[in-house]
Design a protein around this ligand. Structure first.
Ligand SMILES: Nc1nc2c(ncn2[C@@H]2O[C@H](COP(=O)(O)OP(=O)(O)O)[C@@H](O)[C@H]2O)c(=O)[nH]1
Ligand SMILES: [Mg+2]
Length: 527
């Protein structure tokens, strides 16, 4: 059908209505009713305009700019570039949307920008990437986009590129037809038509245009966000583990579903040495346990704290420092399993000490650190040194994140007045002498450790006299769990990416060797 014929059909179809409107308007005019009908009509249009404005203000489509909690500072800097790119497109035409080159150009540019941030100054920032990693990035981004579109764009499973082009044409026809209608109506009744034309353009016209461009822009933004997200995962090395393992690792590091106390696993099982327990934690189906490292100098009260957390004597509280690390399994309120790693501790000599080196080593394994320090000991240099050593270690590995550090100030029962011990103490706002002294002690510790500590919690871990653990320390640990899980998942990716490398290479060599043997056999058979 030609354009002319479509126009003729539209004119023929519209003429009776236009005539009725014109005749009706004329009738209202001559009888004087127009005065009474005028205001309700204006009201209707105003209301429609107001509602159109309100309903299109907030898009029903979900925002796609959520970022994972485990991202490092470097990942966040890259994400800023991605969101900036997404925002740079204020409007997208359907022509751009159907043009594959637009996407490939955009993807390449984004890939370059992100890669340059991870490899500053490199001649070719893509050089170090492996093919499976790049494919994993494409696969993950595509799968995400597919899910989004299937979920939020109705009928998208039947939408072909051809349809997009047709839709654009249809919109053009519709607009042409609409203009024709207005032109026709204007001849019959110029004033009314002009008024209605303005109202309809203002309200419905913008409403439809806005809805349409909303969906298009949303898709375009989602494309940039999703691609950007997996480009970040790619460049940070987390896609080395492959798509399947990537999804699995993220899944086991999710927070547990809000738990039912009746269904919680048995509270704890203790074992000396960490090898067997680690293996058990890996095979369990629920969320993966995070490691809580208990660090501090000898006799700071670490083992007492572990026992207080577990509610029983799992760790050895002794006058002689225990040399081996002790791991205990424990479930926090909310269901997060943790593996508590008690360490033997270091002397007050600090950095040269062999025990200190062991503590630094243990701190590398921790996803959350409880650094225990005695309220009654004035110096805390070794504790500060330990945290600085850990910081330096993390700084060398920009794909890892510093774990949250909770400084636990123990032995607060020995603060003055020594003889008095009548917990609970409201140390944050209370005015009793003990409360004032605990507050003072916490502020001194805060000054000593500075921003190395995420939190400072005063406790008494002495058997039978415990205070500050259930009411202070456990809630503090729970509040830093997201951060700890972030540190844990980054470490898990690092471990697996490193571990799988040579195994995989071996598999491939064996597979390749078999292939060569098969070919040789065929050659000999053929002869
Ligand atoms: N008064 C008091 N004594 C404590 C406290 N915490 C631990 N202790 C005692 O300090 C000693 C050393 O404790 P321990 O937990 O073995 O320290 P660790 O070397 O850090 O594991 C033990 O005799 C504990 O009973 C506390 O908060 N107050
Ligand atoms: Mg101990």
């Amino acid at each position: 059908m030609t354009r002319l014929r479509i126009a003729i059909l539209i004119v023929l179809f519209v003429t009776p209505f236009a005539f009725l409107m014109g005749a009706g308007g004329y009738h209202l005019w001559t009888t004087g009713w127009v005065v009474w009908t005028w205001w309700p009509m204006v009201l209707c249009i105003t209301l429609a305009y107001f509602l159109a404005w309100r309903w299109t203000r907030r898009s029903p489509l979900p925002s796609t700019d959520d970022q994972p909690g485990y991202w490092t500072d470097r990942d966040k800097a890259a994400w800023a570039k991605v969101t900036e790119k997404a925002k740079s497109f204020e409007a997208i035409t359907t022509k751009q949307l159907e043009d594959p080159k637009h996407y490939s150009d955009l993807a390449l540019d984004l890939a370059k920008q992100v890669a340059e941030l991870y490899n500053p100054g490199a001649a070719d920032p893509f050089d170090h990437l492996t093919l499976p990693e790049v494919l994993a990035c494409i696969e993950l981004a595509s799968a995400d986009l597919d899910e989004l579109v299937q979920k939020y764009v109705p009928g998208s499973h039947m939408l072909r590129i051809r349809d997009l082009k047709r839709a654009r044409k249809a919109v053009e026809y519709y607009k042409a037809g609409q203009n024709l209608y207005w032109a026709g109506a204007a001849i019959v009744d110029p004033i009314q038509t002009a008024l209605r034309f303005l109202a309809s353009k203002a309200a419905l016209g913008t409403l439809l245009d806005k809805l349409q461009s909303n969906v298009i822009l949303w898709f375009h933004t989602a494309f940039i966000h999703r691609l950007g997200r997996y480009l970040i995962e790619l460049n940070s090395g987390r896609l080395k583990v492959g798509v399947k393992r990537y999804r699995e690792l993220l899944a086991v590091h999710q927070p547990p579903p809000l738990d039912d106390p009746n269904e919680r696993p048995p509270v704890s099982t203790a074992q000396i040495g960490d090898v067997t327990i680690l293996a058990a934690a890996n095979t369990s189906t629920g969320p993966k346990a995070i490691t809580v490292g208990i660090l501090g100098s000898v006799k700071a009260g670490k083992s007492s704290l572990v026992n207080a957390l577990l509610g029983r004597a799992a760790a050895t509280v002794d006058r002689l420092p225990v040399t081996a690390g002790v791991r205990c399994d424990y479930t926090l309120p909310g269901g997060q399993p943790v593996s508590i790693l008690d360490t033997s501790g270091y002397g007050q000599d600090g950095p040269t000490d062999e025990d200190f080196a062991a503590a630094v080593e243990a701190s590398h394994d921790a996803d959350l650190i409880l650094l225990v320090t005695q309220a009654t000991v004035p110096g805390r240099q070794p504790d500060v040194d330990l945290l600085d050593r850990l910081r330096a270690w993390v700084a060398e590995k920009p794909h890892l994140k510093m774990p949250p550090v909770i400084v636990v100030v123990s032995h607060i029962d020995l603060l003055s007045p020594k003889a008095e011990w009548t917990p609970p103490y409201d140390w944050k706002t209370g005015t009793r002498p003990k409360e004032l002294n605990i507050r003072e002690c916490v502020s001194v510790v805060k000054e000593q450790v500075g921003d190395r500590a995420t939190d400072i919690v005063p406790v008494c871990g002495r058997e039978g006299e415990q205070f500050g653990i259930v009411e202070g320390l456990i809630p503090a640990v729970v509040s830093h769990l997201d951060h700890a899980r972030g540190a844990a998942v980054l470490k898990a990716f690092e471990m697996e990416a490193g571990a799988g490398k040579y195994e995989k290479l071996g598999e491939q060599v064996i597979a390749g060797g078999k292939q060569v043997l098969n070919v040789l056999r065929d050659v000999f058979k053929g002869k």
